[in-house]
Ligand binder design. Structure first.
Ligand SMILES: [Fe+2]
Ligand SMILES: [Fe+2]
Length: 188
């Protein structure tokens, strides 16, 4: 579905700055947990509260797992890195009843989808050099893939035609933003 590939140099940038990348990953999981709870404010998602809580709990568990890796490797927790990609997606969110919820879900869907893809790249890339990280990232792939599917399904159940129309827009935007890679060793 995605219309642009992850830049081939992305993995080596992460590998050579793994401390900052892991700290950034920890923030990403924390943000994913708070975002799942934030989505509960849309009336269209009132009947998905339990499902969103379950996603938030899973993301918090991921956050804890990254923190454990940081502790084991004696990497101090620090600030998140900037992500022009996430900022670019969120900036394009329309406001207004019925449309903001679709855009918000689609942004979450793309973030989860790209995380799923990138965690697989990390699992493959670290297999030979860092088996602990390889198995850690391999273990997250399915969960992030499920979150991607859950958000897409939620949006489609609110308005299928509008979701597919906006998804087309967001896939183009994602491809455009992916063309300007982040100079920081950030996950996104
Ligand atoms: Fe996660
Ligand atoms: Fe996730």
């Amino acid at each position: 579905m995605l219309r642009a590939k992850v830049a081939p140099e992305w993995f080596s940038k992460i590998e050579s700055n793994i401390g900052s990348a892991l700290v950034d990953h920890a923030h990403l999981e924390k943000r994913a947990a708070t975002t799942a709870l934030t989505l509960e404010r849309y009336p269209e998602l009132y009947d998905r509260v339990e499902e969103l809580n379950a996603i938030a709990i899973e993301e918090l568990e991921h956050f804890q797992l990254v923190l454990q890796i940081l502790r084991r490797r004696e990497i101090p927790f620090g600030p998140a890195l900037p992500s022009p990609w996430i900022k670019g997606l969120m900036r394009s969110m329309r406001s207004g009843q019925g449309v903001q919820v679709i855009d918000h879900l689609l942004c979450c869907c793309l973030i989860e989808g790209r995380s799923c893809e990138k965690f697989q790249i990390l699992a493959d890339g670290f297999r030979a050099t860092d088996p602990e990280l390889a198995s850690f990232y391999g273990g997250l792939v399915e969960s992030e893939g499920n979150h991607y599917a859950a958000y897409l399904l939620m949006a489609r159940q609110i308005d299928e035609r509008e979701t597919d129309r906006r998804l087309d827009y967001y896939l183009d935007l994602d491809a455009e933003l992916m063309g300007a890679p982040n100079p920081w060793p950030a996950l996104h």
